[in-house]
Design a binder for this molecule. Structure first.
Ligand code: FES
Length: 123
């Protein structure tokens, strides 16, 4: 299969920022973001979603108090306090089927928003 260049159908950023332990804002890495990133990568590979979906680390997303912070583009759905146990639900529901996981969203869907996005296309 030829290499696919961006844009990906869905692009997931997981904050792996670190701060000094004395910093009151804390950081996502201390809350387990490395394990969250590894789980995303594992499932994207296992479910053969590459190269249509990419999961990668990011720097601080400036929502540190709500970390582990994750954002999915192009629809800009932000997730908070994500754990490795949450990742399979995000992958299956949101990344594959286009249905964001409401219980983990930082910003709930607005009234009139069906919450349904497009599923990814067929390869
Ligand atoms: S440290 Fe993760 S959002 Fe700031």
């Amino acid at each position: 299969m030829p290499k696919q260049f961006p844009p990906y159908e869905r692009h997931v950023f997981i904050c792996l920022n670190t701060r000094d332990e004395a910093n009151p804002r804390g950081d996502c890495t201390r809350k387990g973001s490395e394990q969250v990133l590894e789980r995303f990568k594992e499932l994207v590979k296992q479910k053969k979603l590459k190269p249509r979906i990419r999961a990668q680390k990011s720097g601080c997303l400036d929502t540190c108090e709500l970390g582990v912070s994750v954002v999915v583009y192009p629809e800009a759905v932000w997730y908070k306090q994500v754990t490795p146990e949450d990742v399979e639900e995000i992958v299956e529901s949101h990344l594959v089927n286009g249905v964001p996981v409401e219980r983990l969203r930082m910003h709930p869907a607005t009234p009139g928003d069906s919450g349904k996005l497009n599923p990814i296309g067929n390869a």
